[in-house]
Write a protein that binds this ligand. Structure first.
Ligand code: TPP
Length: 337
């Protein structure tokens, strides 16, 4: 299945939106307006955007920290993401949590799971439940090289293989796990090699080539949906920023960084769009201007959103919330309410 010119323009918009939204978050972070860490995906946008693009409506996705692009492809609105990272009362998590736990279940987008590797079992369980309901849902989740070193990853992929569950695990090979280089993380030549031990299919793709990622992910999704079991899709990419904004990445060779900057996935796709006559420089400028305007409005709206107040913090957490609120009132007469 080829990627039509219209789909290519859609991919481009999502790639650029991911980058420009992340730049807005950097600015908010530096102004002290963001809550929690900022884990950037600079240079990896094509992996997250391209893979999520292969899913269909009704499928499930559990991202991890570098998958802002996948979150946007699933239909998250920038204003909601900004409210979430600024822990505003009208954010999806109502100000209780930040980017990691952004989720929109109605769009098949679930929150990342902090314990690396665990998402494999969780997404496997979700599609197993859907199988009982007679649905052909595919679940997609993401892991870096570090994540594939956890016991949870191995248990999850083994279970999914035995049960022939339709999941696609996108392995984001981005050279570093925090400050640990890949050769100190994994003894196998590639992450995809790990699939063989579990009787699972795999492929390796250039994670900075968005069209190649989309096509490989579509094959992986089709394989899983047809009942052949899990698929590990290794995307070779590069983390151009430190683990998070506080990490100055002093352990990175500047030459290596410069080389991967030259391999930037967005600049590369722009050359392709030019050559194919799909979107010329002027049209791309118009896309950027539209995104800038959307983000100006989104930032202003999120900044104007109210901060959470203590009482609702108590709500939506427990099944017996009325009893808890009542007990709290009895204990703290005239307290926070
Ligand atoms: C089981 C577990 N161990 C450690 C951590 C802390 N931690 C969070 S992200 C991270 C680095 C992950 O590296 P990798 O999986 O390669 O992903 P990348 O950050 O490169 O995208 C670590 C050590 C964690 N969240 N879970």
């Amino acid at each position: 299945m080829t990627t039509s010119p219209e789909q290519q323009r859609d991919l481009y918009r999502h790639l650029l939106l991911t980058r420009l939204l992340e730049e807005r978050m950097v600015s908010l972070y530096r102004q002290g307006k963001m809550t929690g860490g900022l884990f950037r995906c600079l240079g990896q946008e094509a992996t997250a955007v391209g893979s999520a693009f292969a899913l269909e409506e009704g499928d499930l996705l559990i991202p991890i920290i570098r998958d802002l692009g996948a979150t946007l492809v699933r239909g998250a609105r920038p204003v909601d993401i900004l409210r979430q990272v600024m822990t505003k009362a009208d954010a999806p998590a109502r100000g209780r949590d930040g980017f990691l736990h952004f989720c929109l279940p109605e769009k098949g987008l679930y929150s990342a799971i902090a314990m690396l590797g665990t998402a494999v079992s969780v997404v496997a369980g979700m599609v197993l439940a859907d199988r009982y309901l007679g649905k052909k849902t595919v679940g997609m989740t993401y892991l870096g090289e570090g994540g594939t070193s956890t016991g949870a990853f191995h248990e999850g992929i083994n279970f999914a293989s035995v049960q022939k569950l339709p999941i696609v695990v996108v392995l984001e090979f981005n050279r570093y796990s925090y400050s640990t280089p890949s050769e100190m993380q994994c003894g196998a030549a590639t992450l995809a090699d790990k699939a063989a031990g579990y009787g699972v299919a795999s492929a390796i793709v250039d994670g900075n080539d968005v069209l190649a990622v989309v096509e490989a992910a579509r094959r992986a999704v089709a394989w899983a949906r047809e009942g052949n079991g899990p698929f590990l899709l290794e995307c070779k990419t590069y983390r151009r920023k430190g683990h998070a904004e506080h990490d100055g990445q002093a352990y990175v060779d500047p030459e290596e960084l410069a080389e991967w900057t030259r391999r930037d996935p967005i600049a590369r796709f722009e050359r392709h769009l030019d050559e194919g006559g799909v979107l010329d420089a002027a049209a791309r400028e118009a896309v950027r201007a539209g995104i800038d305007a959307e983000l100006d409005a989104a930032v202003a709206e999120a900044e104007a959103s109210p901060a959470p107040i203590p009482d609702p913090e108590f709500r939506g957490v427990r099944a017996d919330e009325e009893a808890v609120v009542k007990r709290r009132e009895e204990t703290f007469v005239g307290g926070l309410r």
